[in-house]
Structures are given as structure tokens and as C-alpha cells.
Design a protein around this ligand. Structure first.
Ligand SMILES: [Mn+2]
Length: 312
């Protein structure tokens, strides 16, 4: 792992089927149990542990993809050690960046479990450091625009993550699916700064495939390396009740699966954030874990036919 005072803790139970060593593993799971900027109900710091726990519900064989996870080299390196206060946030972001950067530079695929959405900032910085000049783009699933300039005095709050990414990397570097909540100033700022977002209603009316095709037409999405960030509240609370700021009329788990399938060749890093087991500890963490397992399976079912991205 990277040098310095960076520390990872051994999980109580590893993400299921992560039985390999770092050198041979192509997929690297880790957790960032941070939720100090949570506004409504905290609890996402328990996400990594709950997600790991629920992965033991699932078969190692992904029947629909004909992929046996047990045959793959996977590792769970544990959780980033952090100080779960606002004072601890900058170090958390720096450490998350360092770990993600290390994994990417080793040619591996990072799968990060939040934590609240502010954990994504460091991981995206690491991704863009590597892929910005190759057209790197962040695809976000989220109920909220997360486009405040600052929230409760903190510009790195979970409620600001999309704006931070757009401001740092440009309006062509981020798209958002599932939006249905934002304050008026956020909506106006998103318009002014040209945030490319699609509401849940648009997804329901047009379908995921059409939305992705439109993004591909406007932004050449399918020719670009993608960082996928899934805020679990992008899904409808009936699919993902265990989250701090649930918002009705969300995406279905099937729609998010379609998004993974559409973009599987291009996705080179992924996170799932805002899973809060204090609120619901079985269905939601299970869904988060399954999305990660499905992502690995979707990557593996195409290695026989690599696109240009796999050759980078
Ligand atoms: Mn969010």
C-alpha cells in the first residue's frame, strides 16, 4: 500500500469471495466509514460493515452472467482509518485519494464502499489524475443534485460533491442520473454551470438505453473511461430504504442494473455510498453489495473481447 501514515483496518468479515492477495487481485474492495457531514440522519459510517455482511447472502456464481466469483482474484483491503468528525474530513479525502490512486496505478479496479457521498471527492481526484487526459468522466446516480456551493459552512459536504467535481474537472466531466431533489439555488446553479443531469421521470419515460445513447451522442460517453458513483438514494426508497435522505419516486434496481450493463466496458472504478444500516440493515446493504458483485461479473464476462479501454 502507499507510504505515509495511511492505515487500513482489517474488516470484521471480508466482502464475500475476497480471498486473494493484493498482487494477484484485479478487483480491490475497500471501505470509507465516514459520515460526519450528514445532515438528516447519520449512519452511513456503518455502510461498509453492513454491505460486507449481506454479501454472504449471495451465491458465488452469477447465474445470469455465467461468472463464478470464486474463480476470480478479489481482495478486500479493509477500511480506511479515519477521524469521523468534520475536522477529520480533509485527511479522509487525502487518504481515500491515495488508496484509490494506488489501486488504479497497479492496474486494478477499485470498488469503494461509503460512507456518505463526500468520500467520493478523493477517489474521483485519483481517477481524474489518471484518466482526465484520456477523457475521464464521472457518472453519478443520485436523488439529489448535490450541487450546493457549500452546506452548513462546508464546501466539501456530501451535499456539494457534484458541484466540486464539475468545478474541478469541467461540465463535460460529469453526468447525473435519477435527480429529483434540489433547492432552487442548486437548480439555478446547475443550469448556469451546465450540469448534465437526467431526472428519474425522464428515465422512466425514455428508458435507460435512450438516456445513455443521448449521453453518448452529446459526450461520446462510450469512448471514455468512467468512474461510476452510486448514491443509493438514487434508487427508490422501496428498493433502498436504508439511507439517510430517502426521496420518493426513484430509480428501480433494474434500471440501475441496465446502466451498469450499458456502460460495463467503460467503467474502470466504482463506489456505492450513503448506505445506512441504522435505518434498514438487510435489503439496502444487500443491494449495494450485489451491485458491486454484478459490476465485477459484467467486467469479467467481456474480458475475452476487450474494447480499447481494457487495453490502456
Ligand atoms: Mn449524493
Amino acid at each position: 500500500m502507499p507510504d505515509g501514515d495511511l492505515d487500513l483496518t482489517e474488516p470484521v468479515r471480508r466482502f464475500a469471495d475476497c480471498n486473494s492477495d493484493l498482487r494477484s487481485s484485479k478487483y480491490v474492495v475497500f471501505g470509507v466509514p465516514y459520515d460526519a457531514t450528514a445532515s438528516h440522519r447519520p449512519g452511513a459510517s456503518g455502510g461498509p460493515r453492513a454491505i460486507r455482511e449481506e454479501t454472504y447472502n449471495f451465491e458465488t456464481f452469477l447465474m445470469d452472467l455465467d461468472v463464478e466469483l470464486d474463480d476470480l482474484a478479489l481482495i478486500d483491503i479493509g477500511d480506511i482509518v479515519l477521524n469521523n468528525t468534520e475536522d477529520g474530513q480533509q485527511k479522509m479525502i487525502a487518504d481515500t485519494r491515495a488508496v484509490t490512486s494506488f489501486i488504479l496505478k497497479e492496474g486494478k479496479f477499485p470498488l469503494m464502499m461509503g460512507g456518505e457521498h463526500s468520500v467520493t471527492e478523493g477517489a474521483v481526484d485519483a481517477f481524474m489524475e489518471m484518466y482526465h487526459n484520456k477523457g475521464g468522466i464521472v457518472v453519478i446516480v443520485d436523488a439529489h443534485l448535490d450541487f450546493r456551493n457549500e452546506y452548513l459552512g462546508n464546501p466539501h459536504s456530501h451535499a456539494c460533491i457534484v458541484r466540486r467535481i464539475l468545478e474541478r474537472w469541467g461540465p463535460d466531466s460529469v453526468v447525473l442520473m435519477g435527480a429529483r431533489s434540489g433547492c432552487k439555488s442548486e437548480v439555478l446553479a446547475a443550469e448556469k454551470l451546465e450540469l448534465n443531469y437526467v431526472t428519474t421521470k425522464q428515465v422512466h419515460q425514455e428508458g435507460v438505453h435512450t438516456v445513455v445513447e443521448a449521453w453518448d451522442g452529446a459526450l461520446s460517453l462510450k469512448d471514455r473511461p468512467i468512474y461510476l458513483s452510486i448514491d443509493i438514494d438514487g434508487l427508490d426508497p422501496s428498493y433502498a430504504p436504508g439511507t439517510g435522505t430517502p426521496e420518493p419516486w426513484g430509480l428501480s434496481s433494474g434500471e440501475v442494473l441496465l446502466l451498469l450493463e450499458e456502460l460495463r466496458s467503460n467503467i474502470l472504478a466504482m463506489d456505492v455510498v450513503e448506505v445506512s444500516p441504522n435505518i434498514e440493515r438487510y435489503i439496502t446493504p444487500g443491494l449495494a453489495g450485489k451491485l458491486m458483485r454484478q459490476m465485477i461479473g459484467l467486467k469479467e464476462m467481456i474480458v475475452q473481447n476487450p474494447t480499447w479501454l481494457e487495453k490502456i
